[in-house]
Design a protein around this ligand. Structure first.
Ligand SMILES: [Zn+2]
Length: 338
């Protein structure tokens, strides 16, 4: 399989990640991507660099105001007296009507949904490169490849059109899907990351042309807490075009694969002509985030089911954190498409 990768991801090396009020070492480390790349190379996949698109693919999904914020905030923040090394908000607009502020701390609160998406000096460069990786993989599929894998870092599926969150800044999965829409009337997204793809759901909430399906740990007890419930089915013209399949915390392979069957049945009914898989590997039993207990064989079985759809498919790397199984699980998943 063709693998698209940029080493610019390493410019983003976050240090802020609040867990139960304590600032912990960030789980989303550059080593994730180097381990995934090493595993893919060891498995004889062909690796190529992304094409230079600038912010054009990102601008098809994200608002101009948000892109300006991501591009400039770290530089401007560094000029503030006593500012932290990474941009982290100290207030959010919460659930009530609000007005866009001028102060940098206010803009940070507007555009960063949580304290797990710090913005450092290299965040924009890395996120932009990841969006180019996703767009390049989508273009390879548009040009005739049956599948392509976008080794994106930072990940993207928690990012909304105007908001970062959960280690994510630009929604690479949404960017790939939108790119495929250029030639395909109906595109489906299947998100198998252990966390609900809340940003992706939000972006396509009112759209009937992009079906969004997510299998994840139940948000009643797991990030992103507020989104990912089964009753969220889309809004307006998009009503019925979002499917959430939350799983009890700690679920093993069997129910996860059964959810995969339900997801695939809905995708068949939708009859798309192209597919994006939001490929989080953090549902692994070995993942430090410990949401579900999927094995390597489980990942391969899920991939085999997805491949049987026979659709042109872009795989976009989402989560999956440092463990001895990380690279192995990627190899298992890609083997499902062999
Ligand atoms: Zn995740």
């Amino acid at each position: 399989m063709k693998i698209v990768y940029s080493d610019k991801h390493a410019a983003h090396d976050p240090h802020t990640f609040f867990v139960r009020g304590v600032n912990r070492p960030a789980a989303e480390q550059p080593e994730r991507a180097t381990r995934l790349l090493a595993a893919a190379k060891g498995d004889k996949h062909e690796v190529m660099a992304p094409r230079a698109f600038g912010n054009v693919p990102a601008a098809a999904i994200h608002t101009p105001e948000y892109l300006d914020f991501l591009q400039t905030i770290a530089r401007d923040w560094a000029q503030l007296p006593n500012a932290s090394a990474e941009v982290v908000p100290n207030m959010h607009p919460a659930r009530y009507p609000a007005t866009y502020p001028k102060a940098l701390a206010g803009r940070a609160g507007w555009h960063q949904v949580d304290l797990a998406c710090p913005i450092g000096p290299g965040t924009w460069e890395a996120a932009l490169a990841a969006s180019e990786v996703a767009a390049t993989a989508a273009d390879l599929v548009l040009e005739g490849a049956r599948q392509a894998y976008a080794l994106c870092r930072p990940p993207g599926h928690h990012a909304y059109a105007d908001m970062a969150g959960g280690f994510c800044y630009l929604n690479n999965t949404a960017i790939a899907a939108q790119r495929l829409r250029g030639d395909h009337q109906r595109v489906a997204i299947l998100d198998v990351d252990v966390h609900h793809g809340n940003g992706t759901q939000g972006i396509f909430w009112e759209r009937p042309d992009v079906l969004t399906v997510s299998i994840h740990a139940d948000p009643l007890n797991y990030y992103p807490y507020f989104w990912g419930h089964a009753h969220e089915t889309g809004g307006g013209a998009g009503t019925g075009f979002n499917l959430n399949l939350p799983q009890p915390l700690g679920s093993p392979d069997a129910p996860w694969l059964a959810a995969g069957d339900a997801a695939i049945a809905r995708i068949r009914q939708f009859a798309p002509t192209a597919l994006v898989v939001a490929l989080g590997l953090d549902a692994s039993e070995s993942d430090p985030l410990q949401g579900l207990k999927v094995t390597g064989a489980g990942f391969q079985a899920m991939a085999t089911k997805i491949a049987a759809l026979g659709l042109p498919t872009v795989l976009v790397q989402e989560g999956g954190y440092l463990s001895d199984a990380l690279g192995r699980n990627l190899v298992h998943f890609l083997a499902g498409f062999a």
